[in-house]
Design a protein around this ligand. Structure first.
Ligand SMILES: [Zn+2]
Length: 61
């Protein structure tokens, strides 16, 4: 089963609907980043990520 990603908040998940924001997820995404401590990560701030987890860099709907 392929992992999916949310086009709105970039969260990577196996679910068809994002568990964070409720948007339908897409299987067309690239780039994986892992955020462990959003408060200490400049990249997380840039991407507006405030929950630790795995995120895609680009997601197409
Ligand atoms: Zn989302």
């Amino acid at each position: 089963m392929a992992e999916r990603a949310c086009p709105r908040c970039k969260r990577v998940t196996f679910d068809k609907v994002c568990p964070v924001c409720g948007t339908n997820t897409s299987d067309n995404w690239t780039g994986l980043i892992v955020v462990i401590d959003p408060d200490e990560s400049d990249l997380a701030k840039e991407l507006n990520i405030n929950i630790p987890g795995r995120y895609a860099l680009k997601v197409r709907e």
